[in-house]
Design a protein around this ligand. Structure first.
Ligand code: ZN
Length: 594
């Protein structure tokens, strides 16, 4: 090792998934500073980078450092571990880095060791270490999971933040947090004392009691969680819920079967804050209130678009006293832009009938879907062709640029590191363009072909066999798994239908999925327009009515003649004419014919 003090650059990186533990940037930085002092290195700075860019070209900071090293005068590049530099599987990256270091006589310093990459031995070591690091990381994660499970089984906190009302000691055991546990008891008491959740929230605010995160207002959802969490009875649960992944890559919450439970009401895992009697009382009250307000899933919450402004519509319950429907407060679809939007609230039952009716038209005759499809930008062939031409033009220009860059590099006009950076960027751009072209190509190929809707038609056929027996709840689920968006118009209904049915029927998770684009390809949709005459005055023939009910004409007539179905009014004395309302009535009649 030379006598003169070594000039060393430190490089740190942390990917998004490993922000914690000793991988943190601060840990890497302080390690670098310590070693600088110990070894009397001259620090040329510690340069951190975040993000999980998989290759060197996606890490601008590292690229800058390599350029700096090429200019000479740097004795060492320090990293805490080799996998900070590059993913072990990217041997190409590693050799690029080692080449740069080698040529400029720069040592690679991995924590306390210096590697001279001019010696083959070290290069091999470096590659090898990369692979090992990955292996150990995986093992570490596995051990961590095993450790967590064991901890949870012993009733100790195995992950996540402390819950309001408790704190955990070093062993992860739950201990009562005196001030917070008083608040928990207060919440239970207030709710039992005939306060509503909103009133409880207001009372807490009045007493200036803040939430776990220092917020001044307690949301109804948080209060609801507090009132339902049996951790306050001394029961510890680990892995209460997890997220499922839908066909289009969006995530949604699902119940977990393999949750770990420690302790029970009778044999608490940790000191309870509320008594079982209190807890039971609260559960009963929550249940009755829930029935009153009904938080059930509605057919088109968040899927229905406002006829006036096109924004989403949600369900609101009428607050007018005495305005009840089936014992429930009347629910209506309401534009989210209200009061800014002039669209009135839309009665929910009528609308649901209309929407289900529209879906039913497609279910009953799936093969018709091809005729009902509305052209959209996605299906517009000339538009696709234009986009394709544009993409191809961009690709040609990029190729020329890449060639010019290579020429410059070969002629020695630009340094290697900047060549790497620039060519990398261009490579990425080329890849993006190639992908765009492939998608466009696929869209053009599937244009006007049945292929796209084949899966959809299959699903619809399956539904056609069973839709007669659907409960209201099942109808809602089916509708929501098939339909992405619904628009109402004077003459009918437009449904944006998923080509592949989704699992995720809850709006709040869909909403999330839309905000965060995922790498999975989005679920393709087709837009179909179903003509509907105004429900009140249109009259259907017996054949049409049977079709809408999904049964044969003969069966419908038999049911009417045998008195199972009420007789519809006849026009001109002979022909039966079914109103929309009458068909709805028939749909609601249960019959055990199987
Ligand atoms: Zn609106």
């Amino acid at each position: 090792m030379p006598n003169a003090r070594q000039q060393v650059i430190g490089y740190g990186r942390v990917s998004t998934e490993e922000q914690e533990n000793n991988y943190s940037l601060d840990a890497q930085r302080s390690r670098f500073e310590t070693l600088c002092k110990q070894n009397r290195w001259v620090s040329l700075g510690f340069f951190p980078e975040t993000g999980s860019g998989t290759s060197v070209i996606n890490r601008p900071v590292l690229c800058k450092i390599l350029e700096r090293i090429q200019q000479g005068g740097v004795d060492g590049l320090w990293v805490k571990e080799t996998d900070r530099l590059s993913r072990p599987e990217n041997l190409g990256d590693l050799s690029l880095i080692s080449q740069t270091l080698e040529r400029s006589n720069t040592l690679l310093m991995v924590d306390t060791r210096s590697l001279d990459l001019r010696e083959d031995n070290s290069v091999l070591m470096l590659d090898f270490e990369g692979v090992l690091a990955k292996h150990f990381r995986r093992q570490l994660l596995r051990n961590m999971n095993r450790g967590k499970t064991r901890k949870a089984e012993m009733g100790r906190k195995a992950g996540g933040a402390d819950i309001y009302g408790y704190r955990t000691n070093e062993q992860g055991e739950y201990e009562i947090e005196p001030a917070e546990s008083k608040v928990i008891q207060l919440i239970y008491q207030l709710y039992i004392k005939d306060h509503t959740l909103r009133q409880v929230s207001r009372e807490l605010q009045r007493r200036s009691i803040k939430t776990k995160w220092g917020r001044e207002s307690w949301s109804v959802a948080v209060l609801c969680d507090v009132l339902q969490n049996d951790i306050y009875l001394g029961v510890y649960r680990f892995r209460k819920s997890k997220h499922g992944k839908d066909v289009d890559g969006s995530r949604y919450k699902i119940a977990v079967q393999d949750q770990i439970v420690a302790g029970s009401r009778e044999k608490p895992n940790h000191p309870p804050i509320v008594t079982p009697d209190m807890f039971e009382l609260v559960q009963k009250k929550l249940q009755t209130n829930r029935r009153k307000n009904s938080t059930r899933l509605h057919m088109a919450t968040g899927l229905l678009l406002c006829p006036v402004c096109g924004s989403r519509m949600n369900v609101k319950y009428s607050s007018a006293p005495g305005y009840r429907y089936n014992g429930l407060r009347a629910a209506k679809y309401t534009c989210l832009k209200r009061p800014g939007c002039r669209q009135n609230r839309i009665p929910i039952d009528e609308t649901n009938d209309r929407l289900w009716g529209a879906l039913l038209e497609v279910i009953v005759r799936p093969e018709r879907i091809q005729d009902l499809i509305v052209p959209t930008p996605e299906t517009d062939l000339t538009g696709l062709k234009k986009q394709m031409a544009e993409t191809e033009r961009e690709e040609r220009t990029l190729k020329e640029k890449q060639q010019r860059l290579l020429d410059l590099y070969l002629e020695g006009n630009i340094p290697q590191a900047s060549y790497v950076v620039k060519s990398g960027q261009m490579e990425a751009e080329a890849e993006r363009l190639a992908q765009t072209r492939a998608t466009l190509h696929q869209k053009m190929a599937s244009h006007g072909k049945k292929g796209v809707t084949d899966g959809l038609v299959q699903t619809l056929r399956l539904l056609a066999r069973s839709h007669r027996r659907f409960t209201e709840e099942q109808k809602t689920k089916v509708f929501r798994s098939m339909v992405k968006e619904a628009r109402l118009s004077e003459t009918g209904v437009e449904l944006e239908m998923y080509v592949q049915a989704t699992q995720n029927v809850w709006w709040k998770y869909r909403h999330k999925a839309m905000r965060q684009p995922t790498s999975a390809k989005p679920n393709q949709t087709v837009r179909v327009r179903i003509q509907q005459s105004a429900p009140d005055n249109h009259l259907y023939t017996t054949g049409q009515a049977a079709q809408m009910l999904g049964i044969s004409t003969d069966l419908l007539l038999w049911r009417i003649n045998s008195g199972k179905y009420p007789e519809p009014p006849k026009t001109n004395g002979t022909h039966r004419r079914f109103t929309h309302e009458h068909i709805q009535k028939l749909r609601a009649i249960p019959h055990g014919n199987r």
